[in-house]
Ligand binder design. Structure first.
Ligand SMILES: NC(=O)c1ccc[n+]([C@@H]2O[C@H](COP(=O)([O-])OP(=O)(O)OC[C@H]3O[C@@H](n4cnc5c(N)ncnc54)[C@H](O)[C@@H]3O)[C@@H](O)[C@H]2O)c1
Length: 340
């Protein structure tokens, strides 16, 4: 099959590309290597995803990405250095390929920066996503997997969070753009028969995790004997999901879409194991064999108190089977971190 992956040089995207290529599929990756974090990390992600781990000589961003585009090209893989906000640029790509299904992961992620740059989040996460759906119409592409987020639940009081819960109360611009994507996605499904699964990922971690996310940031700071910013009293809690389990959920969603029609589903992908901040830090300390120096700070605006996924629907509908508990996942993450 020919899959178009957006954001295929990011954390989750690069794992997905790697998995799809291993299974013998063709992949087109659209990524603009945005400056949310260092582009060199995304170059390394891309090289790892296509199994080209040879030394890469870094010069400057434009030259490096141009080189990457040319060395990565193969019969089964094409990388486009392209912004999803540019519909004309996307259209030229769609003209060149027969696309069976799109997995849309490109986004401005991150809750806190969305409070600083809400308009940019809206442009990328809403307008950019709509550009893809418009092109699905123009090029008769009928299958679409879209990354949503557990952040749409806001400070939901009821746990675990189920897809049927009311999500009208997001508490960050990022969460609102993801909710907006779910609503507009339904419109494209209803009006144009676009089969779609919206996946609400619950805090994803593992090798290549974004450096801005707490597990990666804390691991780096603890290993460098620096203070970690410890927000709140340590009772905030997350349902952390190991990246291999997320990839399992995405590939099973693809399979479900390919074998069914008239689909619009929203599905939680979590681990269903809730870990509070104190336990998260102590698990990293144990894996690193080092103690953290905590700098206590107040809770951050936009941060939710707790996330906890009800994954009954994912299990019954698509056969999702997460199997990495937090302790094992952190061990694997720390091994990767110390090796890189
Ligand atoms: N990592 C998590 O814990 C988590 C949780 C919930 C939802 N998500 C969602 O999953 C998806 C992937 O997240 P990730 O953690 O891999 O993030 P990431 O930042 O590592 O990956 C996103 C990729 O999209 C690309 N991108 C950003 N803006 C773009 C644009 N305008 N045009 C083209 N490409 C663009 C970036 O360069 C990056 O490579 C995102 O949609 C995110 O919102 C992630």
């Amino acid at each position: 099959m020919n899959y178009l992956v957006t954001g295929g040089s990011g954390f989750i995207g690069s794992h997905l590309v790697e998995q799809l290529l291993k299974k013998g599929h063709s992949v087109i990756n659209i990524d603009n290597f945005d400056d949310f974090y260092n582009y060199q990390i995304k170059i390394k992600n891309t090289l790892a995803s296509i199994d080209k781990n040879s030394a890469f000589e870094f010069r400057d961003k434009e030259t490096d990405i141009k080189n990457l585009v040319s060395i990565s090209k193969s019969e089964n893989y094409t990388l486009y250095y392209q912004d999803i906000r540019d519909k004309k640029g996307l259209e030229d790509i769609f003209k060149n390929h027969q696309i069976d299904l799109i997995i849309h992961l490109a986004a401005l992620a991150g809750v806190r920066p969305s409070i600083e740059r809400p308009l940019e989040y809206e442009e990328v996460n809403v307008r950019g996503t709509m550009n893809l759906w418009e092109l699905c119409n123009d090029f008769t592409i009928k299958k679409f997997v879209c990354a949503s987020s557990s952040s749409v639940y806001g400070n939901n009081e009821k746990v675990p969070f189920a897809e049927t819960d009311n999500v009208d109360n997001p508490i960050s611009p990022y969460a609102a753009t993801k909710k907006c994507g779910e609503i507009l996605g339904h419109v494209y499904h209803q009006l144009y028969n676009l089969d779609m699964i919206q996946l609400r990922f619950f805090t994803v971690y593992g090798p290549r995790q974004r450096p801005d996310l707490a597990i990666h940031k804390f691991t780096r700071l603890i290993s460098e004997n620096q203070e970690i910013p410890f927000y709140g009293d340590g009772t905030t809690a997350r349902d952390y999901t190991y990246v291999d389990d997320i990839i399992d959920g995405i590939t099973k969603s693809i399979h479900y879409l390919e074998n069914n029609s008239d689909i619009y589903e929203i599905i939680n992908l979590g681990e269903s194991q809730v870990i509070d901040l104190n336990e998260m830090v102590s698990t990293i300390e144990k894996a690193l064999g080092k103690s953290a120096i905590r700098k206590n700070l107040p809770m951050q605006p936009g941060d939710v108190q707790k996330t906890n996924a009800d994954i009954t629907k994912a299990k019954t509908l698509i056969g999702y089977k997460p199997d990495t508990n937090f302790q094992n996942g952190i061990k694997k993450f720390v091994e990767w971190f110390l090796r890189k």
